[in-house]
Design a binder for this molecule. Structure first.
Ligand SMILES: Cc1cc2nc3c(=O)[nH]c(=O)nc-3n(C[C@H](O)[C@H](O)[C@H](O)COP(=O)(O)O)c2cc1C
Length: 361
């Protein structure tokens, strides 16, 4: 029987992912001053041992102010590089690819970890800092009002993304993903619900997309031409008057021209109580539509929890890869399990770590 499509290697530029099961970026809120530590090493290492085709590190801030919480990873200095590289080297030793999501939390920065009162805004005593955004529009009634970025300040953030991309390369990453989703800075510029500017960064769709495209172009210029660049989008705000899937399709075409290789299609995050029709694979249709209408490769994410479901998404051509988050927290060995459960011989589907082979006959 043919090898499942989920376990077909995928080559983008000069990087080959051994299979299509990717670790979706997941903040651990467990860093100090941005540095990965033993928690990250074991957490990421487990998922590499578990056979994922790509282990993508969580949203990693390009500036200290770009962190969601004080516990976020950050890569705003050269000193950070070696601790990232330690993780990359271990992931590579398991025969898988390593990447990192680069982001800026914008008006949703300066929060506690989610397990502290649901991730409320930090108080001054706890070290709250000034948040920033396209406009002085707060995310919710309980959120601080961001400082509206000047054009010069926008330029500094673009430079911070560029510097972060260079450091990701120095750490040996195979891919980077620009975080343009979930109500963080880039998404805030995209959505008319957060962006009320009347300069070249606001108003028309083209203007609202300007920052995302400028960052993409600037990053692509320094990120090696033989390594892929991903972009994560919230394909819909799921809110009246917000960003739509039609907007996403247009931006996807522009991002493709700017050198993005994969659009990672997520959703929501820009309004406090969105009306999201959550269910198995609830965002997969976004990935399918972008792929169909633009020809750009896509990743599907959101309640993908089952090997047959994951295989169906890739086999039917809805997306080129699946990104799993919570299921991979429940089971870091999901890829090994899927390789054993789907048709074919487990060892033809995946390279089981030699230390674990006696469990997989
Ligand atoms: C603990 C946790 C942390 C997350 N952190 C990030 C993140 O750093 N960047 C991001 O784009 N999405 C983040 N997400 C969202 C996931 O990547 C994913 O898009 C979402 O959970 C839906 O996928 P799932 O149904 O497989 O969990 C996080 C999700 C969880 C559960």
């Amino acid at each position: 029987m043919a090898k499942p499509d989920l376990f077909q290697p995928w080559t983008l530029r000069d990087v080959t992912f051994p299979n299509r099961i990717f670790v979706s970026p997941m903040c651990q809120y467990s860093a100090e001053d941005g540095y990965p530590n033993d928690w990250h090493f074991v957490h990421l290492g487990s998922r590499a041992v578990g056979g994922a085709g790509l282990v993508m590190l969580e949203a990693t801030a390009v500036t200290p102010e770009g962190r969601i919480s004080p516990g976020d990873l950050g890569i705003w200095s050269d000193d950070h590089i070696s601790e990232f590289k330690r993780n990359v080297d271990f992931i590579h030793a398991q025969g898988t690819a390593a990447g990192v999501q680069l982001g800026h939390a914008g008006r949703k920065a300066s929060c506690a970890a989610p397990w502290v009162d649901g991730g409320r805004a930090l108080t001054a005593d706890e070290g709250a800092w000034q948040t920033v955004g396209p406009s002085a529009v707060a995310f919710s009634e309980d959120s601080p009002t961001p400082h509206a970025l000047s054009v010069d300040e926008i330029g500094e953030i673009i430079e911070a993304f560029v510097a972060a991309a260079r450091r990701a390369e120095a750490a040996g990453m195979d891919m980077i993903e620009i975080h343009g989703a979930h109500g963080y800075l880039l998404h805030e510029f995209l959505s008319p619900l957060a962006n009320r500017r009347d300069d070249e960064y606001g108003g028309s769709l083209e203007n609202r997309c300007r920052l995302a495209l400028e960052i993409t172009q600037a990053v692509r210029a320094v990120w090696p031409a033989n390594k892929p660049l991903f972009f994560r989008i919230s394909a819909s705000d799921f809110a009246e008057g917000g960003w739509t899937i039609e907007d996403t399709v247009q931006l996807a075409a522009w991002l493709k021209d700017a050198g993005v290789d994969v659009l990672d299609c997520s959703g929501g995050g820009n309004v406090p109580n969105p009306d999201i029709p959550v269910g198995p694979g609830y965002q997969t249709e976004f990935a399918a539509r972008v792929k169909r209408e633009t020809g750009l490769a896509t990743g599907a994410v959101g309640m993908i929890t089952d090997p047959v479901q994951a295989e169906h998404i890739v086999h039917s051509g809805q997306a080129d890869c699946v990104l799993l988050a919570r299921e991979l927290l429940r089971d870091p060995y999901f890829a090994l399990r899927a390789a054993a459960e789907l048709h074919g011989d487990v060892h033809d589907n995946i390279d089981v770590p030699k230390q674990y082979r006696r469990a997989f006959r």
